[in-house]
Structures are given as C-alpha cells and as structure tokens.
Design a protein around this ligand. Structure first.
Ligand SMILES: Nc1nc2c(ncn2[C@@H]2O[C@H](COP(=O)(O)OP(=O)(O)O)[C@@H](O)[C@H]2O)c(=O)[nH]1
Ligand SMILES: [Mg+2]
Length: 346
C-alpha cells in the first residue's frame, strides 16, 4: 500500500487529477481516492481544503509517503512556494512536481516552467524531484505520471517494510460510529505491524482499547504493516471521544510543554518569546505560546529568519508524540508566509 498526497495551489487541477488516479472514498477537508494495482493499493489524499486551510495541506502530507505538487501550466505562485517549504521542513518525503493542464500550454512554455521549478526548489529536499507535465483532458503525460508514482510506491514500500518490526503506531484521521460494529477509526499505520486483538492505547486520551477488526480498502485483514491505510473497529472507546490526530499506539509521550529544536524558514518574519503560534504535530493542531528561545545555548528574545534555535513551547492541550516526530510551527494570520519553522522534539 502507498499513500500519496495531492497538493499545490488552488485550481491547479488537484481534484481533477485525484479523480483520474483513483476512486473517491472518505471525504472531508482531505478527500481520499483509492486505486488497486495488482497486489498494491494506492491511496491518494487530495488536500482540497488548501489554501484556505493550512491544516488540510499539512494533514495530507503527514498521511503520505509521497507528494504530488501540482502547478498549473499558467505558472508558479506563492501557494506552490508554501507547499515546497512545508515539504522541506517536514523532510523525508518522496515526490514529483506535476505541471497540470498541459493542454492549455505548449512545450516551450512547459520547459521554461520546469526550469523555474528547478530554480525555486534548489537547496531544498525537493531539488532532485522530477517534473512531469500532464493533462486530465487530453491525457498527455498521464501514463508517465502513473509509472513514476508506481516507482516511488516501490521505494516507499521498501522503506516502510524496514519499519514493520517497530512497535505498532496508527495515526487517526477520521472516526465514526457504525451500527452493529461500534467505533470505527480510519488512519494509517505509520510504523510496526498492527494485528487483530492487539491491546493498544488511544493517546492523548490514555484509553486502553482492543483492535476488534482491521479492514483495508473494504477487505478484512488479520494484520496491517507500516504504510497501510486501515479502518479499525475498536473496543472501549467511543467515536465522540476521538479527535483527528489521536494516536493508537503502545506508548507515546503526552505533554503540552515541549522542548523543540527548530529551523526557521528564510521566508518568515521570525519568532519571538511570547508569540502565539499554531503547532502542527502529526494531524494534531493547536494554539501554542513560545515560552523561551535559545540560540547556541544563549537565551534570546527573537529568533531571526533562517536560524536554528531551541524553543520551549506551551500548547493549549496535551499532544501525543514520540521522539523523532517532526512538527511544524505556523502563524496562521500572517498573510505572506504562514509557515515559520520545522521542529523535532528533544
Ligand atoms: N483544460 C484543462 N482543464 C483542467 C484540467 N484539470 C483541471 N481542469 C479544470 O480546472 C479547474 C480546476 O480544477 P480542480 O481539479 O477543481 O482544481 P483544484 O482546485 O486544484 O482541486 C476545473 O474547472 C477543471 O475542470 C486539465 O488537465 N486541462
Ligand atoms: Mg479541489
């Protein structure tokens, strides 16, 4: 199984592309489209709430191993920049740039746009990503795009298979009650292998639960390895107790006070002690306040754009995480550049 986010600017053809790549499933501010190829399932996540909602973008990216960054053939804009920064700060993703609506352009203009994409992604984690031009009306490029996605899918599966013996951990994106079945949570196994009858805990709720059944793409499974999008029937927890981003895991740290090692983007206006920000941790998002900042072990009141610093952040509520998780800090009211920093818990 491979999870692929479809992101990019508004009206860049994201939803049109998603609908050509898979069959529509669960729908909210992120919409899922599934495609079965032989033994493998591809689950596409359309960040349809973006750019209005930054959360839609970050959730889609955090639910996937592969990202498709859509750029209309008419050209680049600041939203493409924001998507590149988000992927760079989160690190560790595979992906492609997809020039959409190629039917409305010409080869020379498309070549020029791919050069511009190369230039703006230089120095980021995305600098080696390939660019493919497609059209969902003339179908040009669609077969090449699929081939490249399947190749990245093979790489992502190999990477996930190296995580299958870690403790099982599921990130939850949707939850509801099903008559006769009880509480159902949808999400992705991010590490380990989840098995039917496993005793797990829902964090940060701290509630013991048992996995009654596991489904993937409507098929019952006895176990689900890292990288699988699953639907889980759960004991002893109600759907209304869930929130998006809750983790079904053996052990998580749960805290509202976080010591973070951060890298600020070059494009933010900076971060100051006392600033109110939004913390994105997995699919969890909440307001938080910057308590203190230090640069090279020296306390400061401001961290400038592009700097590395350590900050103490107090979030409004407890969040669930483990060491090594990557967070994002954003200022949602900043009209120019919402993303501030990428962080790791220390
Ligand atoms: N000519 C042409 N139009 C397209 C293509 N893909 C999408 N569109 C149109 O562009 C508009 C925006 O597409 P949509 O998929 O909703 O963009 P989104 O906002 O990124 O999800 C719609 O009117 C689509 O019909 C394409 O490949 N060629
Ligand atoms: Mg859309």
């Amino acid at each position: 199984m491979s999870n692929v986010s479809i992101i990019g600017s508004e009206k860049s053809g994201r939803t049109g592309l998603a609908a050509k790549l898979g069959k529509k499933g669960t729908e909210s501010d992120i919409t899922l489209y599934n495609f079965v190829k032989g033994d493998h399932i591809y689950s596409f996540v359309d960040a349809n709430g973006y750019p209005g909602s930054l959360k839609s973008l970050i959730n889609a990216v955090n639910l996937s191993d592969i990202a498709l960054v859509c750029i209309p053939s008419s050209g680049l804009n600041s939203q493409v920049g924001e998507c590149i920064i988000a992927l760079d700060l989160l690190g560790n993703k595979r992906g492609l740039f997809v020039i959409t609506m190629a039917d409305k352009s010409n080869p020379a203009a498309i070549h020029e746009l791919s050069e511009k994409i190369k230039a703006i992604s230089k120095g980021t984690n995305l600098e080696k990503w390939e660019t493919i031009a497609v059209s969902t009306t003339s179908f040009e490029g669609m077969e090449t795009l699929k081939e490249r996605i399947f190749k990245l899918g093979d790489e992502a599966r190999a990477a996930n298979s190296a995580k299958k013996d870690l403790p099982a951990r599921v990130i939850v994106d949707h939850f509801f009650n099903v008559t006769g079945m009880g509480t159902v949570a949808l999400g992705v196994v991010t590490q380990g292998t989840l098995r039917v009858h496993d005793s797990m805990t829902v964090f940060p709720l701290n509630r013991l639960t048992e996995i009654r059944s596991i489904q993937s793409n409507d098929v019952d499974m006895k176990s689900a390895p890292a990288g699988t999008r699953v639907g889980l029937a759960l004991k002893t927890v109600q759907a209304k107790e869930f929130d998006r981003g809750y983790m079904i895991s053996l052990k998580e740290d749960v805290s509202s006070k976080l010591n973070l090692k951060c890298r600020l983007t070059k494009f933010t206006s900076g971060l100051g002690v006392g600033d109110t920000v939004h913390l994105f941790a997995g699919l969890q998002v909440m307001p938080a306040t910057v308590g203190s900042i230090s640069i090279a072990d020296k306390d400061v009141t401001q961290a400038p754009p592009g700097s590395d610093c350590n900050i103490l952040l107090t979030a409004q509520n407890s969040i669930a995480y483990i060491k090594g998780d990557r967070f994002l800090i954003a200022q949602l009211n900043n009209p120019k550049q919402r993303l501030v920093a990428g962080c790791e818990v220390v």
